[in-house]
Design a protein around this ligand. Sequence first.
Ligand code: ADP
Ligand code: MG
Length: 499
Amino acid sequence: MTELIDTRTPEPKRFIPGATGDWEVIIGLEVHAQVSSNSKLFSGASTEFGAEANSNVSLVDAAMPGMLPVINEECVAQAVRTGLGLKAEINLRSVFDRKNYFYPDLPQGYQISQFKDPIVGEGVVKIAVGPDKQGNFEEVEIGVERLHLEQDAGKSMHDQHPTMSFVDLNRTGIALMEIVSRPDMRSSDEAKAFVTKLRTILRYLGTCDGNMEQGSMRADVNVSVRKPGGEFGTRCEIKNVNSIRFVGQAIEAEARRQIAVIEDGGTISQETRLYDPAKGETRSMRSKEDAHDYRYFPDPDLLPLEFSREYVDELAKDLPELPDEKLERVRKDMGLSAYDASILVSEKSIADYYEKTAKGRDGKLAANWVINNLLGKLKEEGHNIKEAPVSPDQIGGIIDLIKANTISGQIAKDLFEIVWAQGGDPAAIVEERGMKQVTDTGAIETAVDEIISANPDKVAEVKEKPKMAGWFVGQVMKATGGKASPQVVNQLVREKLGL
Ligand code: ADP
Ligand code: MG
C-alpha cells in the first residue's frame, strides 16, 4: 500500500540466533488493540470480558436484517487519544469500509474497517534497546504507518462438542484499533521493545488495557530477511501472536527458516503463517497468491467520519502525561539515572507509586527503595504493585526515619520486613520495638573501649592492616544489637585506634 523505503537509522546490529551467514531481519508489526469502552463500536452491547456466551449481543451485532450501525463516540475519542499519544497525524475525515469475507463468526458477511482513509496517519514510537555490554541503551524510533478502527469478529469454538462447532458472538463488533508499524525493526529484541512500549503508552492513555492473555492486544508479525543494505526481501506474516515472548520467538524461528530456505537455493513465497510455541516453529496457513479479494467499498450505512480541529485539541488538552515525558521529568527533577527512571515509568501504577513516595522527599533514595526493596520483594513473591502490602506513605515513613538519622539503613531493612508482614506506622513500630539507633556517643564509646581492651592481638594487627578497622566496627555493632549509628561507630573506632 505504502511505498517501502528504508528510513531506519541508526545502523542496526545484525544477530540472528542460530542462523548462519551475514543476514539482516526486517520486521513490521500490525497490532490489534481492543479499545477500552463500555460498549461496542457500532452498537450499545456490553464489552465485558468473560460474560456468558452470546449474552452481550445486540441485533446489530447479530446482523439482523435492517439493523443499522451507529458509531460509538467514545471509541472515536479513544482512537484520537491514541493517535495523539503516538505523536501521529489525526485525520479530520476518515471512511469506514466493508471488508467482505465469509466466516461463521462473522454474521454480517463483512467486517467494518477503514481501508484507504484511516482515522490516524503517521506517527512514531521511541524504544530503548539494550543494555549492551557497557550497560548502555540505544534509542531507536519506530515509524507508525497508520491506525484504523475496525470491528472484532466473534469466536468459533471447536473444542466444546465432538461433532459440532459453536459460535460465541460476545466479541463481535467490539472496537479494535489496528496499529501498523513501518518495517523499521531489525531484531526480535526491538520488536519486543516496540510491543512493550506500545502497550505502556496505551495503558497510560487508558485506551486499551493491554491484557494480552485476554486477547485485548495481539500482533501480526511480518518478517523478511536480506543481505545487509540490500533490497527488502519477500515477507511472511505470522498471524495472531498473543504474547510478547512469543513475538520474539516467532521472529527468530521465522528468520532462521527463511535464511535456511534461501541459503539452500530456494526462494521465499509470501504467505500467512502461524507460530507453534510448543514446537518453536512457524507453519504455513495460507499463501498470499490465493489471498482473498476483500472487495473493500465504503459502507453505505455509515457517513464518512468527520470532526473539527477543536475537537482534537480538546482531547489533546486532557491527555495524561506519557511515559517519555514522565521519564524526562523524573530524571530532571529527581536526578535519577536513565535506567532507574525507565523502570519507574514502565508501568503507570509503578510511576504513581513512586511519585507518591518521593513527594517532598529525596527522590533518589525513594527510587532506590521502590526499585530495590519494594519491586524486588514483589517480584520474589510473584505479585504486582497493585497487590503491594506496603503503601507509599509507609515506605515514605521509613525513608523519613533514615533521613532523620533515627534508624540506620540496616535497621530500615528490618523495619521494611515488619511493615510488609504486619502493616502499621513505621515511626510507631520503631518506638514500640526500641529500634532507634543509638547516637549517644557515650554509650557507643564504652562499647568501643570494651572491644579494644578485650582484643589486644587484633589491635596489633590493625596497625599493620588499617582495613581491619571494619572488624572492630562489626563487633561494636553486634554488641549494641545493630542499633549504634554506623557513622558514629566508624568515627570512634578510627579515633581510638589512632587510624
Ligand atoms: P498488507 O496491506 O498486505 O498487510 P502492508 O504494506 O500494509 O501490507 O504491510 C503490512 C505490514 O508488513 C507492515 O507492518 C509493514 O511494515 C510490514 N512489511 C512490509 N514489507 C515488509 C518486509 N519486506 N519485511 C518485513 N515487514 C514488512
Ligand atoms: Mg495487513
